[in-house]
Design a protein around this ligand. Structure first.
Ligand SMILES: Cc1cc2nc3c(=O)[nH]c(=O)nc-3n(C[C@H](O)[C@H](O)[C@H](O)COP(=O)(O)O)c2cc1C
Length: 187
C-alpha cells in the first residue's frame, strides 16, 4: 500500500495547527487509498539540526535522526500542514527537512496551509523552493485555508467548508497519481 505521511509544521504550546492536522489526517484516511500516518513534529521533538555530517552521507550519529530517517524513508508521498510565521514557513518544518536528504527524494508533496488573509500561501511558495533542493516534487494542487480560526468550533474541531473539501479531494487524487508515476525513480 502506498504510504502518505502528513507532517506538521509548528510545535509551540497551545498551537491551533492540531485541529487542521487532525481533520486532514481523518479525511485522507477516509477518502484516499493511502496508508496514512500523521508525523507530529511537536511529538517527534527533533532538536535543532545537530548532525556533524551532511545528510546525503546517511551516516547519522543520533538516534533521533535514525528514527526520523526510517519514517521518511518508508513514505511514498507527503502532505505538509503548513502555518505561516512572519510571511514565511515556521522553523520546525525547515529543521525537520534539513535533517535528511535521500529519504525525501522523488516523492510528491501537497500542502494544507492555514493562516490569516494569505492562508499560508506565502509560506507555501517559500517552502516549495526549499523542497525542490531535496528532489521532492511539489504538486500544484493544495488546500489553502484563509482565516482558518473561524472554522474551528467551540470544541476545537476544524469544520471544513465545501471549497476546502473539494480541494482536499482533488489534492489527494493528484498526489496518488504523482506518487504512482514517481515510483520508478524511487526504486
Ligand atoms: C510567530 C508567529 C508569526 C505569525 N505570522 C503570521 C503571518 O505571517 N501570516 C499569517 O497569516 N499568520 C501569522 N501568524 C498567525 C498564525 O496564522 C496563527 O497564530 C496560527 O495559529 C499559527 O499556527 P499554530 O497555531 O499551529 O502555531 C503568526 C503567528 C505566530 C505565532
Amino acid at each position: 500500500m502506498t504510504k502518505l505521511k502528513i507532517i506538521t509544521s509548528t510545535t509551540r504550546d497551545g498551537r491551533s495547527g492540531g485541529a487542521v492536522e487532525k481533520w486532514i489526517t481523518a479525511f485522507a484516511k477516509e477518502k484516499s487509498t493511502f496508508e496514512v500516518e500523521l508525523l507530529d513534529l511537536s511529538v517527534i521533538n527533533l532538536p535543532m539540526m545537530n548532525e556533524s555530517k551532511h545528510p546525503r552521507l546517511q551516516d547519522y550519529k543520533y538516534e533521533h535522526t535514525k528514527a526520523w530517517s526510517a519514517k521518511i524513508n518508508e513514505a511514498d508521498a507527503f502532505i505538509i500542514v503548513l502555518a505561516e510565521y512572519n510571511f514565511g514557513y515556521p522553523a520546525p518544518i525547515k529543521n525537520a527537512l534539513d535533517y535528511l536528504f535521500n529519504e525525501w527524494a522523488y516523492k510528491p508533496v501537497s500542502f494544507v496551509s492555514y493562516g490569516g488573509v494569505s492562508g499560508g500561501l506565502r509560506a507555501t511558495q517559500m517552502l516549495k523552493q526549499v523542497i525542490t533542493a531535496l528532489s521532492m516534487m511539489p504538486i500544484p494542487e493544495q488546500v489553502n485555508i484563509p482565516f482558518f480560526a473561524k472554522l474551528i468550533d467551540a470544541n476545537g474541531v476544524f469544520q471544513a467548508n465545501e471549497i476546502i473539501i473539494k480541494s482536499a479531494e482533488h489534492s489527494l487524487s493528484q498526489l496518488q497519481k504523482w506518487s504512482d508515476a514517481l515510483k520508478v525513480m524511487r526504486y
